[in-house]
Design a protein around this ligand. Structure first.
Ligand SMILES: Nc1ncnc2c1ncn2[C@@H]1O[C@H](COP(=O)(O)O)[C@@H](OP(=O)(O)O)[C@H]1O
Ligand SMILES: [Mg+2]
Ligand SMILES: [Mg+2]
Ligand SMILES: [Mg+2]
Length: 333
């Protein structure tokens, strides 16, 4: 069993903290960020720039000693088990390792983009989550890797469980201009993947967040109805949605955060290149490509949608009609 799965099963309340924006963060989020950035620093030559979700700020405050100790133990145990690095961290070393390479990204140069645990709420619930890593080069995503330890390797028939006999754990990867692939987490040969070729929305299904606080389920159901989608929504946490879409488990991805929320680049960089390299299209609600060159945030016309080339024109129209209708209804209140 992987270290992260062990942590997922053993996570206790003390290992889950609330961040300033009230979202949860766990020992696994911090631990994963340290381990992935450590591996990157060992491999990457030259300057190391990392735009990552977590930082050490909360852990430096009074009252965080216990969680800092848990993270230190977790990282050191993982390094011993793995055997690739002969090193161990002090608590101070852990704090500085979390901020390794800390950067704001931007339009020039190369920046790694990391979401060490994407879908923390899913992780804590025992459902889907992903470790998402991407590389920005001159403001464009050129590489993406998405590890989904709880996602069935071949396809999801039952989103939070497994179909009988299916292996669990999928690693998606994509390089600009070279397509997208999936392989098992224990190293089976990679298989090329592509988005589904459905062109009639009646046969399409759509992915959205499990958490209604992350995406407006009423708006997405109105979009689906306008399109003529018959199947109920497939609600799963994290960028596992992008991976599942990229290999054709479903046809459409919808994400409509509530007013005022600003999307972060690490929530979409890896997932979006996996989908586009699998032949799909990812845009905002106005049909614009996502712009990863503006720092930590994505500046966009609220909403992110993804599908294949055949369905995109009708999806975009349904999205715009549903938004217009919602705004009109709100103006009458
Ligand atoms: N109010 C909100 N609206 C939209 N997204 C939110 C949100 N609060 C948190 N998120 C983001 O939604 C991500 C999870 O998306 P999903 O619902 O698809 O699993 C979170 O990633 P983390 O779990 O990495 O913090 C977080 O960045
Ligand atoms: Mg988070
Ligand atoms: Mg995330
Ligand atoms: Mg995260």
């Amino acid at each position: 069993m992987g270290e992260e799965e062990t942590v997922q099963q053993n996570i206790v309340h003390s290992g889950i903290q609330s961040k300033a924006d009230k979202s949860p963060v766990t020992v696994a989020d911090y631990g994963s960020q340290i381990l992935v950035s450590l591996a990157l620093m060992m491999e990457v030559s030259g300057p190391f720039s990392l735009v990552a979700e977590e930082d050490s700020e909360e852990l430096r405050k009074d009252g965080a000693e216990e969680i800092l100790e848990e993270i230190t133990d977790l990282v050191n145990e993982t390094l011993v088990d793995d055997g690739s690095y002969s090193m161990s961290f002090s608590k101070e070393g852990i704090l500085s390792a979390i901020d390794n390479g800390k950067s704001e990204g931007g339009p020039t140069g190369q920046h790694w983009v990391l979401d060490p645990i994407d879908g923390t709420k899913g992780f804590v619930r025992g459902d889907q989550y992903a470790i998402a890593l991407a590389l920005l080069d001159e403001g464009k995503v050129v590489l993406g890797v998405l590890a989904c330890p709880n996602l069935p390797l071949s396809s999801i028939s039952n989103p939070n469980g497994s179909s009988s006999g299916d292996r669990i754990g999928a690693l998606f990867s994509a390089t600009i201009g070279c397509g997208a692939e999936v392989e098992s987490l224990d190293g089976s040969p990679p298989q090329k993947i592509s988005v589904c070729s459905i062109d009639n929305p009646v046969n399409a299904s759509f992915f959205e967040s499990y958490e209604s606080a992350h995406s407006m389920h009423d708006l997405t159901s109105s979009i689906a109805e306008k399109l003529g989608v018959q199947a109920p929504p497939v609600r799963i946490d994290s960028q596992a949605k992008y991976g599942a879409l990229a290999r054709g488990d479903g046809a459409i991805y919808l994400r409509f955060p509530h007013k005022g929320y600003r999307e972060k680049i690490w929530d979409h960089a890896a997932g979006s290149i996996v989908v586009t390299e699998a032949g799909g299209i990812v845009t905002d609600a106005a049909g614009n490509n996502l712009d990863f060159s503006q720092g930590r945030f994505l500046d966009l016309d609220t909403g992110i949608i993804a599908t294949n080339t055949q369905l995109m024109p009708s999806l975009l129209k349904a999205v715009q009609d549903a938004i217009k209708e919602k705004n009109h209804a709100a103006s009458l209140l």
